[in-house]
Ligand binder design. Structure first.
Ligand SMILES: [Mg+2]
Length: 278
């Protein structure tokens, strides 16, 4: 029987980033399905934490099913679902103006909020910004007015600068967030996605697992690894996505001013390396 590497012996909860760790685009990263099953066989809880706010958790369940990875809707914590939980704590049945896609709108509506597309400015409680591939000047103008002329509070799902696609990069949610920062002179009150630790903290609370028995697997230092380190859980960089060993060495080699929170506790070429045969 294979053994879990000694660095992860105490682990009771494994949190996975999705893109670059479990799959790349529409392709399963070889071995990811087996690793997840082997963790579950050892009674280790598995949860997924993605900054992508454009897809509903329901769609994620279907996507993983296509890769023969069984999951439930409650296994997923996206920046949209986290936004929904946190906004609901602030106000129930709020009126919200969204710059974002169906994943974000659905999560907010499921929690009982109203999404208004052409609102009376003074009706809006929150402006929430996520990745919107139909972002327009008009949407930006409405969001600006809700904040400056109305009473709306500004929140963002995440601030990723880029979005990796099959052939290179496209603008990430951070591009839309920055536009609104520029035209309002305000920063979001809170950003729900990684590298902020809210998602991980929510997972720890829901699973009742203490931080020292949890870990996150991610392919990005400035989101996954930083969030894991901020939350005080073990962070494991997987080199199947955007980060290379050279990039990690460069962060480590920087002078004392570098952010030690960007350094993972463990680095593996692929997920399967967390198991050894002896
Ligand atoms: Mg990733």
């Amino acid at each position: 029987m294979r053994h879990l590497t000694s660095a992860l012996k105490e682990i009771k909860l494994a949190i996975f980033d999705l893109d670059g760790v479990i799959y790349r685009g529409n392709t399963l990263i070889p071995g990811a399905d087996t690793v997840i099953q082997e963790l579950k066989d050892r009674s280790i809880k598995v949860r997924y934490n993605s900054n992508n706010s454009t897809i509903t958790r329901d769609t994620y369940v279907k996507r993983l099913k296509d890769f023969k990875i069984p999951s439930e809707i409650t296994d997923f914590y996206t920046s949209a679902s986290i936004a929904s939980v946190e906004i609901t704590k602030l106000k129930e049945n709020a009126n919200i103006f969204v710059i974002g896609e169906i994943g974000l709108r659905d999560e907010l509506q499921l929690a009982g909020h109203r999404i208004l597309t052409n609102p009376l400015i003074e009706d809006i409680d929150f402006v929430i910004v996520g990745l919107d591939r139909e972002f327009t000047y008009e949407k930006l103008s409405i969001a600006q007015r809700c904040i400056l002329e109305g009473k709306a509070l500004f929140y963002a799902t995440n601030a990723d600068s880029t979005l990796p696609v099959a052939k290179g990069l496209k603008p990430g949610a951070g591009s839309m967030v920055s536009s609104l920062i520029t035209c309002t002179g305000q920063n979001p009150i809170r950003i729900f996605g990684k590298p902020e630790p809210f998602g991980i903290e929510l997972i720890l609370r829901d699973t009742q697992i203490p931080p020292e028995q949890a870990c996150i697997f991610g392919d990005r230092l400035n989101t996954d690894i930083l969030a894991g380190n901020k939350a005080g859980i073990k962070s494991i960089a997987v080199l199947t996505g955007v980060t290379t060993r050279k990039m990690i060495d460069e962060v480590k080699d920087k002078d004392i001013n570098s952010d030690i929170n960007l350094i993972p506790d463990l680095v593996v070429e692929k997920l399967g390396e967390i198991f050894t045969n002896n």
